[in-house]
Structure formats: structure tokens, C-alpha cells
Design a protein around this ligand. Structure first.
Ligand code: ATP
Ligand code: MG
Length: 391
């Protein structure tokens, strides 16, 4: 069918033509926004899930809800080994601009001090990173160098601006599991402090399934700070909507057989739905798309996933790490490869301790996570199947 009218959008963070099956999270977030703006106690949301289930696009959609509610918003993506000050500074800068408060200069000056405190010790002033904030520097607040103190002060001041306007500020942090331990701890402490004061600033996070464990290892009260939403594969009904609604916009349809075949092949994982949808649309001759069309398109869809979704991730692993991944794939039967790390070691004929570096690096690279002690899983759905067939 006409590739120009193809509605499907496989890609990291690519906005789907239809955001299916996420109404519960959207409703819950609207309640959070309304309550927090009124100074009522409320836990913020943290979205967790495997690669490609739609955390980033949902985070973006929640941000849109916040903007519609008149909130100031900003977003950052955590990166391993990268400090919080600069990206968070940029996100809050954006949020303050969105608020449009006429007297934001002092808070902007404090924000500038917070960001520029990041300069490496001993760096010459000319080498210092400039925050690019057009306001006179305000010293004495949020610039102590202790991230926990500084963040609490900064959040308090920014939230004060929003409170003044009867709205709030929402900071969205994607890949939140990649924040460094001090930064995680500071974010939790600052949210805790703001909640106690009833100030309207929330942090909305998204990350891999072990993010709740990362947060509670940092601050035991994090379970009471955040309400965790597990973002999962779509159920059959939502998966059908994700395919049928965008097609209907283009005056096209799927037969019931086609939808059944699509669900079997994609397992309801959003990335796979978009990837298959895209290929099936291009290869089908006419609407309605049939079960035969889906079967005929499957090899090409799998080939594209092998390159774009699986292969690009597998390439990040070193040869030793690849052995580890292959052993996981051989040992596991489910689609996320959950296995005991001791079994992986036995399979490879190695001592468990000698494999810890490989395992830890795979976790750092976001390919593997450990949901509970001694157990590892793939962060990428269907990764085991891919490895068994291709690697
Ligand atoms: N609810 C949904 N309905 C239909 N398609 C969706 C939905 N959520 C996400 N998608 C599609 O799935 C793909 C992956 O989405 P996204 O990048 O947000 O996943 P992610 O969970 O952030 O993945 P990663 O962990 O790799 O960052 C995109 O192509 C997006 O369009
Ligand atoms: Mg993402």
C-alpha cells in the first residue's frame, strides 16, 4: 500500500500514531497534577519497563499533560557517569521560562550558580562551563557544592515561583536508573523535602525494571515518594487499537486473522507492533491487510528488528559480554531470559566471581538488569530468541 501514507512509527521515542493502552497512567497523572497544584500530598509517578515498551513516549505525553495544565516543565535523559547539574539546570531553565513568572530573575540567578558550581575543581575561570542563563549570578544559595543541599534549595525556590502562580513544575527524567548514586539520593531527598512543605514541584521518572530497587537502595522512603507504574506489553485489545486506529485514519483496515497473527508475532510489545505495522503496510497490496500479508511480511520485519532493535544493542557488548548474553539465551525459555547468574557461570565453565565484571558492564550498558539478587534478565524483550537465531 502507499508508503507515503504509512502511519506506523518504529523508533526510539518516536511518537506513535495512537498511544494505546496507557489511559490508566494518564488519568493517574492528571490527579497528581491537580492535587500537587493545590498543595495536597501526592506521590509522583515513576514508569518502569523493558526496552521498547513505550516509557519515553509516555513520559513525553505526561509532559504534554503538565504543559496543558499550565505547569512549567523540563526534561532530561540521565547518562552513566554524567553529573546532574548541567542537564537538570537546562531542564529547570526551560521550566522557568514556561512558567513565565515576571519576577524570575533571582531564581534564575540561583539556578545559574547551581549549574556553574559543576566546574571542575581548580579549573581556570575561562574554562568554566557557562550556563547560558541570562540573569545576574546569585550567590549563597544552591551553590554549596553538596548536591543534596543544593538541589533541595533550588527545587524550593523554583517551586515557589510556580506556587505563586497557582501551578507547578514537573521535571521529567528518562533513563533514571543511570543517575549516579549521589544524584539519585539528592533527587529523592529534595522531593521528600518539597512534599513535606506542600510545594508544587514533582519529578517524574522513567527507567528499566530495576529502577525501584535503585531508588530504594538510595533512600528507604522512596517507596512512599513515588508510585511505580509498570509499563508493559499491550494486551490484545490495546495492541489491536494501536494498529487499527492509525490504519482507519488512512481508510485502511486489518482482517481479524491479520490482527491475531500480528499479536502472535509481536507479543504486544509496542516497538514490535510499530515495526511490523510499518513493513506489513508497505508490502500489502490492498486493504484490508490479511493474515497472509502478515506472514509474508514477517521475514522482512524480523530482519529490520535484527538490525535496528537487537543488533545495535548486541554490538555494544564486548566478546566476553557476548558470551555471557549467549549463555543467558541458551539457558532461558521466557522472552526476557531470566536466569540465575550462577547457572550462567556454570554454563560457561567459570567461577561466578570471575564473571561479575561482564555482568556489571552489561547492566551499565542497559542490556541486562538484576531484578533480584543472583538473578539476571534481558532488558530487551525477545532478545533470547534473537540471540538463539542470529548470534
Ligand atoms: N502505547 C503505545 N501504543 C503504540 N505504540 C507505542 C506505544 N508506546 C510506544 N509505542 C511505540 O513503541 C516504540 C518504542 O517506544 P519508546 O521509545 O517510548 O520505548 P522505551 O520504553 O522508551 O524504550 P527504551 O527503553 O529503549 O528507551 C516507538 O516506536 C513508539 O512509537
Ligand atoms: Mg526510552
Amino acid at each position: 500500500m502507499d508508503p507515503i501514507r504509512n502511519p506506523y512509527a518504529p523508533g526510539a521515542g518516536a511518537r506513535p500514531p495512537e498511544l494505546a493502552g496507557r489511559d490508566d497512567s494518564l488519568r493517574a497523572f492528571d490527579v497528581v497534577l491537580a492535587r500537587v497544584a493545590q498543595g495536597r500530598p501526592e506521590r509522583s509517578l515513576v514508569l518502569t519497563g523493558l526496552r521498547g515498551v513505550g516509557k519515553t513516549v509516555l513520559l513525553n505525553r505526561l509532559r504534554f499533560s503538565a504543559v496543558q495544565a499550565g505547569w512549567g516543565t523540563g526534561k532530561l535523559e540521565a547518562r552513566p557517569g554524567l553529573g546532574l547539574r548541567r542537564p537538570l539546570g537546562a531542564a529547570l531553565h526551560m521550566a522557568i521560562r514556561e512558567l513565565g513568572h515576571p519576577d524570575a530573575q533571582t531564581v534564575l540567578g540561583t539556578l545559574k550558580a547551581f549549574v556553574e558550581r559543576d566546574a571542575r575543581p581548580g579549573a581556570k575561570p575561562s574554562e568554566r562551563w557557562q550556563a547560558g542563563i541570562n540573569a545576574p549570578l546569585v550567590v549563597g544559595r544552591a551553590d554549596s557544592g553538596d548536591i543534596e543541599i543544593d538541589l533541595a534549595e533550588l527545587f524550593t525556590d523554583v517551586a515557589g515561583l510556580a506556587a505563586d502562580q497557582g501551578t507547578g513544575v514537573a521535571v521529567f527524567i528518562d533513563e533514571m536508573q543511570d543517575l549516579g548514586p549521589d544524584d539519585v539520593s539528592a533527587v529523592c531527598a529534595a522531593c521528600h523535602e518539597l512534599g513535606q512543605q506542600g510545594l508544587p514541584l514533582i519529578v517524574v521518572g522513567a527507567g528499566l525494571p530495576h529502577l525501584p530497587a535503585v531508588l530504594s537502595a538510595s533512600k528507604s522512603y522512596s517507596e512512599r515518594l513515588f508510585s511505580y507504574h509498570r509499563i508493559d506489553r499491550l494486551d490484545r485489545r490495546a495492541a489491536d487499537v494501536a494498529l487499527v486506529a492509525p490504519a482507519a485514519h488512512e481508510d485502511a483496515a486489518f482482517t481479524p486473522d491479520a490482527l491475531t497473527a500480528m499479536y502472535e508475532l509481536t507479543g504486544g510489545y509496542p516497538y514490535f507492533i510499530q515495526a511490523y505495522g510499518k513493513v506489513v503496510w508497505d508490502l500489502a497490496v490492498e486493504s484490508p491487510i490479511t493474515g497472509d500479508d502478515v506472514q509474508a511480511a514477517a521475514p522482512e520485519a524480523e530482519a529490520e528488528l535484527a538490525v535496528g532493535f537487537f543488533g545495535s544493542r548486541f554490538e555494544r557488548a564486548t566478546p566476553g559480554e557476548r558470551d555471557y548474553l549467549r549463555a543467558m539465551a541458551e539457558l532461558s525459555a521466557d522472552d526476557v531470559g531470566t536466569v540465575a547468574s550462577a547457572d550462567v557461570a556454570e554454563r560457561l565453565g567459570r567461577k561466578p566471581q570471575s564473571l561479575s565484571p561482564a555482568r556489571d558492564n552489561l547492566i551499565k550498558k542497559g542490556l541486562v538488569y538484576s531484578g533480584e539478587r543472583g538473578v539476571v534478565s534481558f532488558t530487551v524483550p525477545h532478545f533470547g530468541k534473537y540471540l538463539r537465531n542470529n548470534a
